[in-house]
Design a protein around this ligand. Structure first.
Ligand code: TGC
Ligand code: FAD
Length: 392
C-alpha cells in the first residue's frame, strides 16, 4: 500500500465528548495501525495470510480484553475505549479487528463471565498477552443464523465429556490454542466448553479461496470423540442466551469498527478527489463527486453519534441487545455503501491494492454477514418494536 496519510474526520467535534484517557488510548491504537499494520496489511491480504507479527502489538494497545479487569491481564477500560480501539484497528483492516473481537468478546468474555476462577486464572492472562489465541465455535454447516438448531454435542462419560460435531466459518480457528465451543448436552441444553489444541480428535482445517477478510484466518473446528476434561466446562451460564450474550459484546465492537473502515475510505477518496485532475479541474470540483463525499461524511457522523451513545448506555449497563443490533446493522451498512462509493471516486485506481478501499469493501461483505446478518438484525429490531418474532 502507498504511504498511510490517514486523517480522521470529526465533523461534529465528537472528540469534545471524549475524555483525555479516551483520546490517549485512541491515539496509541491509531499510531500502532499506521506503524505496524498499514505497511504490511495489503500484502497479507493479497497472499491470504494472517500476519502473526501483529499479535504482540494488538496486546500492547489493549485490544485483547480491553474491558476485562487488570487482575486477569485485561486493560480494565470502559466500553467507549473498547469501541475506539476497534474503530482504529478496523481503520487498518476488518480482519485484524476480527482477530481482536474474537479474542476479547468471544473468548475472554465468556471465560470471564461464565468461567470458574481456575479457568480465569489459567486462560485470561495468556489470552490478554497473545501467548494464547482463541476462537469461538457457534456456527455449524447447517446452522448459521439459527444457532439454536446446532447438533454438536457432548456426553457425560464420568471423568470427562465426549465431544462430537463440527463448526464452520470460525475466525482464528487454524491457529487457535483454545476454542470456546458451544454444544448440546444429552438433554439438548447448550453449554460452553473450552477445547484446547492437542486434545485428541480435535482439528482445525483452514477455509481457503475467500475473497473477503483475506488477512484473517478462517477455518473449521472438527470434534471426533474429543475427550474434554470436566474442568473445561463453562459453568456460569447455559442455554442459547450464553453465546448470544457474547455476541452482544462483539457486535458492539463491530458497530465502532465499521466506522473506522468507512473513515479510511472517505479520507482516501477525499484526498484523491482533490488531487485527481480531469477536464482541467480536480474531480472534487464536480457536483456529483461532492454529493458522494458530502453524503459520506454525513453518514459517518451519524454512525459516530449512534456508537458513542451506545457506548454510554453500555457503560451504564443499560444497552439492550436490540440497540446493539441497530448500531451493528446501521454502521456496517453505512461502511459498505461508503466503500462502494469511494471506490468509484478513485476510478480504475480504486481496484488496485495501492489504495485500501477495495480491500475494505471486500472485507465488509463478511462483516455484514457475520455476528448476525444484516437481515437478522433488522428482524431483531422488528421483534423489539412489535413484540413478534418473525424468524420462524
Ligand atoms: P431466542 O428464542 O430469541 O433466544 C434464546 C434464548 O436466548 C436469550 N437471548 C439472549 N440472552 C442474552 N443475550 C442476548 N443477546 C440474547 N438474545 C436472546 C433469550 O432470552 C432466550 O432465553 P431463554 O431463557 O428464553 O431460553 O432465540 P432464537 O433461536 O429464536 O434466535 C434468535 C436470533 C435469530 C436473533 C439468534 O439466533 C441470532 O442472533 N442469530 C444470529 C446468529 C449469529 O449472530 N451468529 C454469530 C456467530 S459468531 C460470529 O459470527 C463471529 S464473527 C467474529 C469476527 O470474526 O469478528
Ligand atoms: P444463513 O443463516 O444460511 O443465511 C443465508 C441468508 O438467509 C442470509 O441472507 C440470512 O439473512 C437469511 N436468513 C436466514 N434466516 C432468515 C430468517 N429467519 N428470515 C429472513 N432471512 C433469513 N461463526 C462463528 O461461530 N464464529 C466465528 O468466528 C465466525 N467467523 C466468521 C468469519 C467469516 C469470514 C464469516 C463469513 C462468517 C463467520 N462466522 C462465524 C459465521 C457467521 O456468523 C455466519 O456466516 C452468519 O451467522 C450467517 O450464517 P450462514 O452463513 O449460515 O447464513
Amino acid at each position: 500500500m502507498s504511504q498511510d496519510l490517514f486523517q480522521a474526520p470529526d465533523y461534529y467535534n465528537i472528540d469534545d465528548l471524549l475524555t483525555e484517557e479516551h483520546l490517549l488510548i485512541r491515539q496509541a491504537a491509531r499510531d500502532w495501525v499506521k506503524r505496524d499494520v498499514s505497511p504490511i496489511i495489503e500484502e497479507a491480504a493479497q497472499k491470504a495470510e494472517f500476519p502473526k507479527s501483529i499479535i504482540k502489538g494488538l496486546s500492547e494497545i489493549g485490544a485483547f480484553g480491553p474491558y476485562i479487569p487488570e487482575e486477569y491481564g485485561g486493560a480494565g477500560l470502559d466500553q467507549i475505549s473498547y469501541g475506539l480501539i476497534m474503530q482504529e484497528i478496523e481503520r487498518g483492516d476488518s480482519g485484524v479487528r476480527s482477530t481482536a473481537s474474537v479474542q476479547s468478546s468471544l473468548v475472554m468474555f465468556p471465560i470471564y463471565a461464565y468461567g470458574t476462577e481456575e479457568q480465569k486464572q489459567k486462560f485470561l492472562p495468556k489470552l490478554a498477552s497473545g501467548e494464547f489465541m482463541g476462537s469461538f465455535g457457534l456456527t455449524e454447516p447447517d446452522h448459521g443464523s439459527n444457532p439454536g438448531g446446532m447438533t454438536t454435542n457432548f456426553k457425560d462419560k464420568g471423568d470427562h465429556y465426549l465431544l462430537n460435531g463440527a463448526k464452520m466459518w470460525i475466525s482464528n480457528a487454524p491457529f487457535c490454542d483454545v476454542a470456546v465451543v458451544w454444544a448440546k448436552n444429552e438433554e439438548g441444553r447448550i453449554h460452553g466448553l473450552i477445547v484446547e489444541r492437542g486434545m485428541e480428535g480435535f482439528s482445525t482445517p483452514e477455509t481457503h479461496n475467500k475473497w473477503s477478510l483475506r488477512a484473517s484466518a478462517t477455518g473449521e473446528l472438527l470434534f471426533n470423540n474429543v475427550k474434554v476434561p470436566k474442568e473445561n466446562l463453562l459453568t456460569g451460564k447455559s442455554g442459547l442466551g450464553a453465546p448470544l450474550s457474547c455476541l452482544d459484546s462483539a457486535r458492539y465492537g463491530i458497530a465502532w469498527g465499521a466506522i473506522g473502515a468507512a473513515m479510511d475510505c472517505y479520507d482516501t477518496a477525499l484526498r484523491y478527489a482533490k488531487e485527481r485532475i480531469q477536464f482541467d479541474k480536480p474531480i472534487a470540483s464536480f457536483q456529483l463527486q461532492q454529493k458522494k463525499l458530502a453524503e459520506m461524511i454525513t453518514e459517518i457522523t451519524k454512525a459516530q453519534l449512534l456508537a458513542l451513545r451506545l457506548g454510554q448506555l453500555k457503560n451504564e449497563g443499560k444497552a439492550t441487545t436490540a440497540q446493539i443490533s441497530m448500531a451493528k446493522r446501521n454502521n456496517v451498512d453505512m461502511a459498505i455503501k461508503i466503500a462502494r462509493e469511494a471506490r468509484q471516486i478513485l476510478g480504475g485506481m480504486g481496484i488496485v491494492g495501492d489504495y485500501s478501499i477495495m480491500r475494505h469493501m471486500m472485507n465488509l461483505e463478511s462483516v455484514i454477514t457475520y455476528e448476525g446478518t444484516h437481515d437478522i438484525h433488522l428482524l431483531i429490531t422488528g421483534m423489539d418494536i412489535t413484540g413478534i418474532a418473525a424468524f420462524k
